[in-house]
Design a protein around this ligand. Structure first.
Ligand SMILES: *Cc1c(COP(=O)(O)O)cnc(C)c1O
Length: 496
């Protein structure tokens, strides 16, 4: 499968090249030249397969430059024993099904892609004749940093450095990163806010001087953020897997439609569901759930994307986003793969803060997508209600999706079997989850987690429990202007 850029549909690259580059040279995102397609027989056969077998099937038509045994070896390294047996179990509740995507090492759904991507990347080096090592730079406001560190730790031929805003992440998030083990992993706090940190990393990616200096040290830059096509394909797998599980459980018959509700930020997770649908998976509606930063639900309503608005900090921080980068890939499909139109919209986004896609395209989008949003108060009530009535503990992000799904059902009366993507373990956000259930919360996050476990009896994931006892290994703090030097200092010092 060759990949093209959303901003230049003419030239194509192999998937290994797309993984290494992250973003296309024209600033566009890599998308498949055409969607591979799966028959209902092929999908039904997945009901009897393990997650790893399903992953091999779904990845194969995308990774045509990888041999079957190479795909199998990447999948085994990623999912062999990192996810307690199954990376994406489906749990049945009275009104919906929960697709639990947080059984990986950092207890959030980003693990599913970030445990696989490093292995795809190291193999890509061999395929594209790259002798340099891969240097991954990440700017994080919390969760992505840890998931990326954990995925790349001790993967040969790679280095990773995560920058986060000093004082701008929670105590547990800081400790998750500061205690990460591995020969090739580095973490630095930046004196500034998240925007400063992100701008600093972007500057390094575009600095000829910095790039040349890395090259002289035998390193090329690559990115692990969610616009990398290598983050997207692993996510397509679990939509097929969820459907296969519903078939196996007898909840649906082959060909029956299923809805998915997804708590959305950068539009990566729900876009993977759109891809699964394009590949033949019988998905009826996609319910796109936002928090108070409701730019996407407004877009689905009006067809106008409008970023000139107030930014809100919410109890679902991984969805606090105003520019959902992966939306560009959906737009590309909606406009009949018209790269010139995408260039125009993206330039309007940059210069005027938004764009409108026109009524026909809105109608086409709304045939599949339903958009809604929930504020923190509603999230809190939803966590309390689902715990009280269904004895299931939601995290704040997943609760946004559940609230919006409840609205969807009330509004449409649609009783199609629905799967909600559960994107984080509740113990990742113990203060807000405990507050929803008990009202009062103790001071420290660890005390909140302990109390939550006492009150609910839901077991805390071992890595989160052990966090408080691990040695702190990373304590570098730097100014924004020093970020480039810090890369050399930490990475060149790493084998000493
Ligand atoms: C990243 C994240 C999201 C948002 O996913 P996108 O792919 O960015 O839409 C939702 N929930 C959690 C817990 C996350 O970490």
């Amino acid at each position: 499968m060759r990949l093209i850029s959303t901003r230049d549909a003419g030239a194509s690259v192999a998937s290994a090249q797309a993984f290494l580059r992250g973003i296309a040279p024209d600033g566009g995102l890599y998308v498949p030249q055409e969607y591979p397609s799966f028959s209902m027989e092929e999908i039904s056969a997945m009901a009897g397969m393990t997650y790893r077998e399903r992953a091999e099937r779904v990845l194969a038509p995308y990774l045509t430059d990888y041999a079957a045994r190479e795909i199998a070896s990447c999948v085994a390294a990623a999912y062999g024993d990192n996810f307690g047996g199954n990376p994406a179990p489906v749990v049945r509740l009275p009104t919906c099904n929960m697709l639990e995507l947080w059984h990986g090492p950092t207890s959030a759904f980003k693990d599913v892609a970030l445990q696989l991507l490093p292995h795809l990347l190291t193999m890509a080096r061999g395929k594209e004749d790259v002798s340099d090592e891969i240097m991954i730079l990440v700017a994080t406001s919390g969760d992505t940093g840890k998931a990326a560190l954990s995925g790349f730790a001790d993967v040969p031929g790679t280095h990773i450095l995560v920058f986060y805003p000093d004082g701008g992440v929670s105590e547990a998030q800081r400790l998750q990163m500061a205690t990460q083990m591995g020969q090739n992993v580095h973490v630095a706090a930046v004196r500034g806010n998240f925007d400063d940190t992100q701008t600093g990393v972007k500057r390094l990616f575009t600095s000829d001087e910095f790039i040349a200096r890395q090259k002289a040290h035998g390193r090329i830059l690559s990115s692990a953020n969610s616009i990398n096509f290598g983050r997207l394909v692993p996510q397509v797998v679990y939509y097929f897997s969820a459907y296969a599980d519903l078939l196996a459980a007898g909840t649906v018959k082959p060909g029956d439609g299923v809805n998915f509700a997804v708590p959305t930020g950068n539009f990566g997770n729900i876009l993977a569901a759109w891809y699964a649908r394009a590949m033949g998976l019988p998905i009826a509606r996609l319910i796109c759930a936002s928090n108070r930063n409701n730019v996407l639900s407004e877009f689905i309503e009006t067809g106008c994307y409008e970023t000139d608005r107030q930014f809100h900090l919410t109890s679902s921080p991984s969805m606090d986003i105003l520019i959902s980068s992966n939306l560009e890939r959906l737009l590309f499909d909606l406009c009949g793969r018209d790269d010139a139109l995408i260039r125009r919209w993206m330039s309007s986004l940059r210069k005027c803060g938004g764009y409108c896609i026109g009524e026909d395209r809105v109608a086409a989008m709304r045939e599949v997508f339903y958009g809604g949003w929930a504020d923190d108060e509603r999230v809190s009530r939803t966590i309390a209600k689902v715990w009280r009535e269904e004895r299931y503990l939601l995290d704040t992000h997943t609760a946004v999706a559940r609230a919006v799904y409840d609205d969807y059902r009330a509004e449409t009366g649609d009783t199609t079997p629905t799967v909600i993507a559960s994107t984080a373990n509740p113990y990742k956000f113990p203060r807000d989850v405990l507050a929803a259930i008990e009202g009062e919360t103790p001071d420290s996050e660890f005390a909140c987690a302990d109390r939550l476990e006492q009150v609910t009896g839901v077991p805390m994931p071992a890595p989160l429990r052990e966090l408080r006892n691990l040695p702190v290994l990373h304590g570098t703090v730097c100014d924004i202007a020093q970020m480039g030097e810090i890369v050399d200092l930490l990475v060149d010092g790493e084998r000493q």
